[in-house]
Design a protein around this ligand. Sequence first.
Ligand SMILES: Nc1ncnc2c1ncn2[C@@H]1O[C@H](COP(=O)(O)OP(=O)(O)OP(=O)(O)O)[C@@H](O)[C@H]1O
Ligand SMILES: [Mg+2]
Length: 598
Amino acid sequence: MTAIRVLPDLLINQIAAGEVVERPAAALKELLENSLDAGARDISVQLASGGTKLLKVSDDGHGIGKSDLLLALARHATSKIATLEDLERIASLGFRGEALASIAAVANLTLTSRMRDSKHAWSITAEGSMVSDPKPAAHDPGTSVEVHDLYFNTPARRKFLKSEATEYAHCDEVFKRIALARPDVAFRLQHNGRAQWHLKAQEPDQRISTLLGDEFSAAALAVDAHSTGLRLTGLVGLPAAARGVRDAQYCFVNGRFVRDKVLAHALRQAYQDVLHHDRHPAFVLFVDLDPARVDVNVHPAKSEVRFRDSQALHQFVFHAVTRALAGPVTAERTGVPAQEFAHAQTPGDNRTAVDVRSAAVGAPNQYGVGFRTAQKPAFYDLLFARTGATQDSFSQPSGEVPPLGFALAQLSGIYILAQNAQGLVIVDMHAAHERIVYEKLKTQLDTDRIAMQPLLIPVVFNAERIDVATAEDHAETLAEIGFEIAALSPTALAVRGVPVALKDADAAELARDVLAEIREFGAGGVKSGVLTERQNELLSTMACHAAVRANRALSVPEMNALLREMEATERSGQCNHGRPTWHQISVAELDKLFMRGR
Ligand SMILES: Nc1ncnc2c1ncn2[C@@H]1O[C@H](COP(=O)(O)OP(=O)(O)OP(=O)(O)O)[C@@H](O)[C@H]1O
Ligand SMILES: [Mg+2]
C-alpha cells in the first residue's frame, strides 16, 4: 500500500473543478453569478469556440480592491459569508469561495478589477499554480474575468467536451436562465465576435417574451400568489400549448435557477388534470422566501436546494398554479375589459390572494379576471329535457355579451358557432361538455359523494363473472361514485342507479367501464383507498360516457346553456385530455381572409 499524502493545492482545485466547472457553461454561470453578487447593472459576455477558447465576463459591479485580488483566486476565500449563521441564511448566489479558484486551476485566468473610488484598475493572471503580482491596468469601475483555454492542463476533462455548437448551446441556456432571473439588469452576449443577445433592463414579462419568444407569453397565464413569507410569480403555459418535449421549464428560488423535486412534483400535479401525461408544460416561475427557510448548501454547483418546510411549499405552489390554470375564460382572452365582469364574480369566491391574468403580449400588466357568471342555468335540464327556453333567458343583465357569446348554429354535428364581442367562437361541443360533467363529478365527490339517480326500470345485462364479483366486492365504492349495481346471478347484473349527471348515458356500457377500472386500480373506497390516485381517471371515463355525442342536434337555447356552463366551469378551456375546447376567430382575422379593409 502507498502512503497517505496531502494533495497539492492545484490538484485539490482541479478535483473541485470537476464538480464546479464541469463544462464552459458552468464556468460562465459562476462568473455571471459573481457579477450579480457584486451588484452589477450591466454585464457583458464574450465567448469564443463555445466558451472553450475564451470566456470573458465584464461587469460594472463594486469591484475588488488590489489587496483582495489574490484572495479572490484562493480556495475557501469569500466575502459573502463569515459565520455558520450566514451559511444558514444565504442571500447571495455564491458563498463557497471556490469558483474562481477552481476555474483558475483548469484554465488561464485574468482577473481585472477597479473599485469605484480607485484611479485605475489592477490585474492578476493565474496559469496553473502560478499567480502573478497585481499590475496596474485600464478598466472602468467594475470587474472583468477572462478565461482562456479551459481545461488546457486537464486533457481527460477536455476530451469530454462536446462540439463547439453544443458547448455554446449550454452557455446560451445558462445565460438565458440568469437573464430571466434578473430582468432589472442589462446583459449582452457575443459568440465568436457576433452579437447574440442584447438585453436592456426590462419588466419581468418583457424579459420573458424577449428570451422565450412572444409565442410563449401569448400562450401563458400569469401567476402571482403569496402567503406568509412566500411568493410565487411568473408565467405558466396553457395546457393546449404544451409540447412533447420538455423545453421551457424554469424554476427560480430566490433568484437562483434550481432543479427541485418538490417544485417539479407540485407542478406536475397541478397540470395532471388538464394535460395529457406525455405532454410537458412550459413555465417560468419564481419562488421567493426567507433565505432561512431554504438550504442552498446542498450541491457544489448550487443547482439544488432543500426547503425547510417542503410540504407547505408544495401545497402553496400546487394551489397557486392550479388556480391560475383553472381560470375558465379570462376576460382578456375574449378582449372584454376586466372591470365589466367584476360584478359577475361569485360572491365569497376566495381568490383574492391569487391574480390570474392572461399574459397576452401588448397588455402585459393588465390584470384580467378569471370570472364566473352570476347565474348558472340548470344546464342538464335544458340540454336534455328541452324545456323550450328562449335565448332571452340567457341574456346577461344590462345586455352585455358574455365571453363566449351567443350561439348562432351547429356545424357538422360537432361544433357550436357563436358570436361574441371579438367575432366568431367555435366550440367543440363534446370536448367542452365532457369537461363540464367531469368537473361536476369531481366537485360532488370532493364535498361528499356523487348524487345517485335511481332508475325506474333497472338496466339488466349479461356480465362477465369478474364484473359481477367486482360489483359485489366494491358496492360501497360504487355507491360513493353514484352507482347501485346488483348481482342477479353469477353472470347478470342490474344497474339500479347511476350518477345524476350521467343519467342519459348507456347504463350497461358505463357500468362495464367503471367496474373494469375499479378492478384494475383496486378500491377500498374512492377517497380512502388506492383508487384515490386514479379517481380523476375514473371520473373522466364516466364523463366521457355522459358528454353530448357528435351528431346530436342541439337547439340554440341548448347551445347557449352549454356556453354559459363553460364560462362557469373551471378549466373548461381544455378537455380532459388537454385539447382546447374552443377557439376565437376575430373579425379582423375574418377580414384578412376576405382581404377586406386593405
Ligand atoms: N465580478 C466580481 N465583482 C466583485 N467581486 C468579485 C467578483 N467575482 C468574484 N469576486 C470576489 O471574489 C470572491 C471569490 O469568488 P468565487 O466565485 O471564487 O467565490 P464566491 O462567489 O464567494 O463563492 P462560490 O464559490 O460559491 O461562487 C468573491 O467572494 C468576491 O468577493
Ligand atoms: Mg462565486
